[in-house]
Write a new protein. Structure first.
Length: 173
């Protein structure tokens, strides 16, 4: 049974920064099975090489209104299931998928806008508050523009917390 009850998300301006963060997450002993990425592909298929390409299941993802995207890791199956349903009027498929993961509407809209602009989203599933602190520390060190913590439904909000800092939030679950 999976004991990962929270995910820390870091938003990076480009794939190169996301790749640096992924290298640091590996050095911080996060299993590649717990790390995910979501980003647009560049001309020529950028986004599938280097360390990012080593993540499990790196493949194209179809979400209405925002293509082409590539994703890998546990986030892929979560987004695939949540992006295929109907989204509310005025809400994109990606925004609806992020809300389905536990992001607030405001966070989902902001992250979706940045991903459309070419930013990369990394996520790390965490089972302890120490893992949350390590993941958010890596994201801050490598220069994430935003960091968010999303907990599974029903998890005590005090069980996992992000250190308060500019550009961070704690999700709505």
């Amino acid at each position: 049974m999976d004991n990962k009850k929270a995910s820390v998300f870091g938003l990076y301006k480009n794939a190169a920064l996301a790749e640096r963060a992924l290298d640091q997450l590996t050095s911080a002993r996060f299993a590649s099975d717990d790390v995910s990425v979501l980003m647009k592909t560049a001309p020529g298929g950028m986004g599938s090489g280097g360390t990012l390409g080593l993540l499990a299941g790196f493949a194209p993802l179809t979400i209405p209104d925002i293509e082409p995207l590539v994703t890998a890791g546990p986030l892929r199956s979560s987004l695939t299931g949540k992006s295929t349903g109907d989204s509310a009027p005025g809400r994109s498929g990606l925004e609806a998928a992020l809300i389905g993961l536990g992001f607030s509407e405001h966070e989902a809209r902001n992250f979706e806008t940045k991903i459309r602009e070419g930013h990369a989203l990394l996520a790390v599933r965490c089972g302890t508050s120490d893992e949350v602190a390590r993941a958010s520390g890596v994201f801050k060190t490598i220069g994430a523009e935003a960091i968010a913590l999303v907990r599974e439904t029903g998890v005590n909000p005090d069980a996992f917390r992000l250190e308060s800092a500019k550009g961070t939030s704690t999700g709505n679950q």
